[in-house]
Design a protein around this ligand. Structure first.
Ligand SMILES: *Cc1c(COP(=O)(O)O)cnc(C)c1O
Length: 226
């Protein structure tokens, strides 16, 4: 008996999000392949994640190393082509675990972390890296200040020989996100970087209009978190 084609079993929220994403790309004259959907599965159980995997979705993001470590190894063993992104702050004492588990770390945000990562560069599982930019210069938020980004990028690239793929941001709450997405795009262009991780459930269409290559969507795919 042949397996059911995955498209038949797409969960409605995944289908709808894919549809909205495709439409936003099309309306902005961007190819359908210009951006990728990262399903942010933080706080969601393996049982809630599996329907997306069964529907063929492979890009996921988590914000805590510890939580990801309990959930993802069995899922990754079953679905070998899963790509797991870390989208939350990374403590230096968890870098080794993070390097082993994640395919992309989106939250490189300080020199100490960059130096720790550079020590592990030789590992076969070494992840791709994005720098998190604190576009709103919010004191409580992690991320490199826009004014310090060029120097930090050069430290990573030249002194530490870390390859940086792009930038990520998390705009201030209660502010229109568009200006922050524009800023992130400008900063990336100045550095010659082409990966832009920006846009969440509430604003991913805006992000796609402004050049996002990766959107990070939780609530719209899984429903509200407790
Ligand atoms: C939780 C989270 C998201 C997803 O947020 P939703 O509003 O649920 O789509 C995206 N990015 C980061 C960094 C997050 O922590």
């Amino acid at each position: 008996m042949s397996p059911v084609p995955p498209e038949i079993n797409v969960p409605p929220r995944l289908a709808e999000t894919r549809q909205r994403m495709a439409q936003a790309l099309q309306e902005n004259g961007r190819p359908a392949t210009a951006a990728q959907l990262i399903a942010i599965s933080k706080t969601k159980s393996a049982t809630e994640i599996r329907p997306l995997l069964r529907a063929g979705h492979r890009l996921f993001g988590e914000n805590r190393v510890q939580e990801a470590k309990t959930k993802w190894p069995p899922l990754k063993a079953q679905y070998g082509d899963v790509e797991l992104h870390l989208v939350g702050p990374l403590q230096t004492n968890k870098v080794k675990e993070a390097v082993a588990l994640f395919d992309v770390i989106q939250t490189l945000d300080r020199e100490k972390l960059a130096r720790k990562l550079a020590e592990l560069k030789g590992e076969s599982s070494f992840p791709r890296l994005l720098i998190q930019v604190n576009t709103g210069d919010e004191p409580q938020k992690s991320g490199v200040s826009p004014s310090e980004l060029a120097a930090f990028y050069e430290l990573c690239r030249d002194e530490l020989a870390l390859r940086i793929d792009g930038l990520m941001c998390l705009p201030p709450q209660g502010e229109p996100a568009g200006a922050h997405f524009v800023l992130l795009g400008k900063l990336a262009a100045q550095l010659g970087l082409d990966t832009l991780s920006m846009g969440m459930s509430g604003d991913f269409e805006t992000a796609l209009a402004l050049g996002a290559t990766h959107i990070r969507v939780g609530t719209a795919l899984f429903g509200a978190r407790d």
